[in-house]
Design a protein around this ligand. Structure first.
Ligand code: ATP
Length: 648
């Protein structure tokens, strides 16, 4: 069956095998020789594990040198059995499952056949035992049983008895002898006591053949089949995954935990949850001061307290006038604002709605708005007004019902044309387009209090122009407020106004501290969180790399059982899918606990569907990284180097 012609192999210029020729057929064949004589090298060449040599080697007429990796894995699964000195079994897996390993590449596992083989080898009682609890002799029988499941034509045994005592050595050899009645069995050994007179013996000395079998065998290509569809089904890949999870639960749990932790750390990184901590502080301020905290008042004139030292003797206050013309239009469409509103004060307000007149208590101050509770802010060319919530209450209707109603609004407005305030009347009809909560929050003697302003009516420019015309107000400078979207927007608009020489009014000091704090924490924790995210992915790579390296021997066992890289890729995929799904479920189950940690550490909640979904996606993404990391380890696994051959 084997035909070796003028085979030589050199390592570092030295002959490991020097021009060897022989033929070898069915029966028990021994390769003997001193240490370093080239026995293992010859074994590797016969099995196709070493294909880089001079000369020719054939198995059943097929050139061993030209076997593709696909063909080799098919032969290792169907024709070539290997028995090793140190057994090469999956130690944490049961005897039966070890024996069934080559059968995962078949459509159906032949359990009956496995049991028959175990009975033949007298180890059926151990079928459910984990291999690690067996004696050396029992392990070697399990290894032979696994190889017999392949129904191999050839069994290559490399020092199969050197780890066994005399008695079990004899039993093992008896088994191999029995097997050799129908197959080719090649045994590499040091122990010449194992050899009987009926066996063929190849004797090597310093790479040269000094004795070889006498018989001449005519080689034929018969019985040499190759099935292209030698593949691992998805079902069997999951079955093998289940076996691996069961046998190495600790390893599976650690890698799953690593996926989950990395997913959560990346989640905090990309969601900016860490940096958002000062948002909470700002929200607290809004609770205290109301939405009006984000207001910037732009006024044509005001009384400044600047330059005072608290000394009453000094002239404490100064009138400030500034030109704000054009600024309203400039900011009305700005992306940083929620809305703008004109700050026109009214006296002697009388409002007629549906034929009934209401007198509104005047405060004489400019209108205030905490927030819009219904409708929209006034705009456009038609006369529109936003009325206070307290006014709608006096109408006895809901805020929504008030929207769209017509009001006849009459009031007096201050005319400063002469430098002194003169009240002038104005009147118009406008449509209610919105209702405002007009609560004003302020601090008094260290305590926060609030009140609702009843005369805060907000008109659009067209309506105000009309009323100001009636009141003969000449100045076109109309005071207005800007409601910024965020604290940062508020400060940026304030700074911008300052740069153009305008002094806006607002609670800037309170907000500025928050903005500064936010910027600082975002910058600091931003880079910290990116680092944490990156480290977590590195941690996953390291864990899967180490796990992969620790599994090299396991991967090599798969390879000599007939699995090639595509099969191992699929197994890796099913293992990763199982790991990722478990990690996601683990995250969902423990999310209330994780949330406590993220809230405590980052003042951020992950308990919402968007965050949890993002977390799940991140775990899946990290699992892809882990998949490729593991892939590197089994691609780089060379069965012969991972599984110690020979007794060196
Ligand atoms: N991968 C290798 N790289 C370099 N030299 C090697 C390699 N494999 C084998 N050799 C050398 O080739 C020679 C034959 O080695 P081989 O392992 O085939 O001998 P052996 O008869 O199996 O020895 P042992 O009984 O000790 O296992 C030795 O000198 C060995 O050092």
């Amino acid at each position: 069956m084997f035909e070796i012609k003028n085979v030589s192999k050199k390592y570092n210029g030295e002959f490991a095998l020097n021009n060897i020729s022989f033929t070898m057929g069915k029966g028990l064949n021994f390769i003997v020789g001193a240490s370093g004589s080239g026995k293992t090298t010859l074994l590797k060449i016969l099995s196709g594990m070493e294909q880089d040599f001079d000369g020719e080697a054939y198995y059943c007429g097929k050139s061993i040198k030209e076997l593709t990796s696909n063909e080799k894995s098919y032969y290792y699964n169907n024709m070539f059995g290997f028995v090793w000195q140190d057994f090469n079994l999956l130690e944490d897996v049961s005897v039966l499952d070890n024996v069934l390993l080559p059968q995962y590449l078949k459509n159906k596992q032949n359990r009956k056949k496995a049991e028959t083989i175990l009975i033949d080898l007298n180890i059926v009682d151990l079928a459910q035992q984990k291999v690690k609890y067996l004696s050396g002799g029992q392990k070697q029988r399990v290894a032979i049983a696994r190889e017999l499941m392949k129904n191999p034509q050839v069994i290559i045994a490399d020092e199969p008895t050197s780890a066994l005592d005399e008695k079990t050595s004899k039993t093992t050899m008896d088994i191999l002898k029995a097997i050799s009645k129908t197959r080719t069995v090649i045994v590499v050994t040091h122990d010449t006591n194992l050899i009987d007179n009926n066996s063929n013996v190849l004797n090597l000395d310093k790479g040269e053949l000094i004795a070889s079998p006498q018989e001449k065998i005519v080689t034929k290509t018969e019985n040499l089949t190759f099935n292209e569809s030698h593949r691992l089904s998805i079902k069997n890949a999951f079955a093998l995954t289940k076996l691996n999870v069961k046998s190495k639960f600790g390893r599976f749990f650690v890698s799953t935990l690593a996926l989950m932790v990395a997913g959560i750390l990346c989640l905090t990184t990309i969601s900016g949850a860490i940096g958002g901590s000062s948002q909470g502080e700002f929200d607290k301020l809004i609770d205290t001061y109301g939405e009006g905290l984000k207001d910037i008042s732009v006024v044509g004139s005001f009384i400044s307290a600047g330059g005072t030292s608290g000394n009453k003797e000094e002239k404490p206050k100064a009138d400030v006038t500034q030109d704000i013309a054009g600024l309203y239009d400039k900011y009305a469409g700005d992306k940083r604002i929620d809305f703008t509103a004109f700050l026109q004060a009214f006296e002697n307000i009388k409002v007629k709605v549906s034929g009934k007149e209401y007198t509104v208590k005047s405060t004489g101050g400019t209108p205030s708005i905490n927030k819009l509770v219904a409708g929209k802010m006034p705009s456009g060319k038609d006369y529109e007004v936003v009325v206070p919530e307290s006014f709608v209450e006096t109408l006895g209707i809901s805020n929504e019902q008030a929207i769209g109603k017509e009001v006849n609004f009459s009031s007096s407005m201050y005319n400063w044309n002469t430098g002194k305030p003169v009240l002038k009347d104005a009147f118009l009809t406008a449509t209610i387009v919105g209702v405002a909560d007009t609560t004003v929050y302020y601090e008094s003697q260290g305590k926060m209090t609030s009140y609702k302003v009843s005369d805060s009516f907000f008109f659009n420019k067209a309506a105000l122009d009309d009323m100001r015309k009636q009141a003969e107000i000449k100045s076109s400078n109309m005071n207005f407020l800007i409601r910024a979207k965020t604290p940062a927007d508020m400060i940026s608009i304030k700074d911008e106004l300052n740069e153009t020489g305008i002094v806006p009014l607002g609670r800037f000091e309170l907000v500025e501290d928050i903005v500064r704090l936010n910027k600082q924490t975002t910058e600091q924790s931003g880079s910290a969180s990116v680092l944490i995210g990156m480290l977590s992915v590195v941690m996953v790579i390291a864990i899967f790399l180490i796990t992969g390296l620790m599994r090299k021997r396991e991967f090599a066992i798969y390879k000599i059982s007939g699995f090639h890289n595509a099969h191992l890729s699929l197994l890796n995929l099913t293992e990763m899918i199982t790991g990722a799904i478990t990690a996601i479920l683990l995250m969902l189950v423990t999310s209330p606990l994780i949330n406590l940690a993220t809230q405590g550490l980052f003042k951020a909640s992950i308990l919402n569907s968007k965050m949890l979904l993002t977390g799940a996606l991140l775990i899946a993404l990290i699992a892809v990284v882990a998949y490729f990391t593991t892939m590197i380890t089994f691609m780089k696994t060379n069965a012969t180097t991972a599984l110690k051959t020979g007794d060196r």
